[in-house]
Design a protein around this ligand. Structure first.
Ligand code: HEC
Length: 129
């Protein structure tokens, strides 16, 4: 049990430093401030297309009434993603792209979402308050 716990702590530290490295890269390559935030409208379409609503209840998405994961109403103001990753735009995009790296064994699958798509989805989720 305590072994599992320290494993989780090491993983979360790894994720935080990976997220910091990612942020550094993206800032270095940014062609404009728009690069740092996604398109919320596009994000809503992606949420529909990827079928996130099969597992999550999501306001504004028709038929999104799943109950496998937590409801995403007010996720834009939630403090932690999946209970431990600080809820920032970068971390949200990182989670959506890599749930199995953040929390190996989580019921949320890797869905082949690109970094750019994850940014758009994170922008949409940040509007849910
Ligand atoms: C197969 C089911 C499944 C699918 C599909 C799925 N999720 Fe999840 N999701 C989960 C589960 C389970 C969790 C809870 C993870 C945890 O806390 O350990 C979760 C957690 C989350 C969280 C964190 C919520 C919180 O309160 O901490 C967000 C945000 C999220 N999912 C967004 C999405 C988006 C966006 C999609 C579509 C691209 C998606 N999910 C697709 C199962 C799913």
């Amino acid at each position: 049990m305590s072994g599992d716990f320290s494993h989780a702590v090491v993983n979360s530290l790894l994720v935080v430093s990976l997220a910091a490295m990612l942020t550094g890269c993206q800032q270095g390559n940014a062609t404009g401030t728009d690069n740092l935030s996604g398109d919320a409208k596009q994000g809503a379409d992606l949420v529909r297309n990827y079928g996130c609503g099969g597992c999550h209840t999501i306001p504004g998405i028709a038929g999104a009434d799943g109950n496998v994961g937590p409801p995403l109403n007010r996720v834009g103001t939630r403090t932690y993603i999946a209970g431990f990753l600080h809820n920032s735009p970068d971390n949200m995009a990182f989670w959506i792209e890599n749930p199995q790296k953040v929390l190996p064994g989580s019921a949320m699958p890797q869905m082949g979402i690109s970094a750019a798509e994850a940014r758009d989805i994170a922008a949409f989720l940040s509007t849910l308050k």
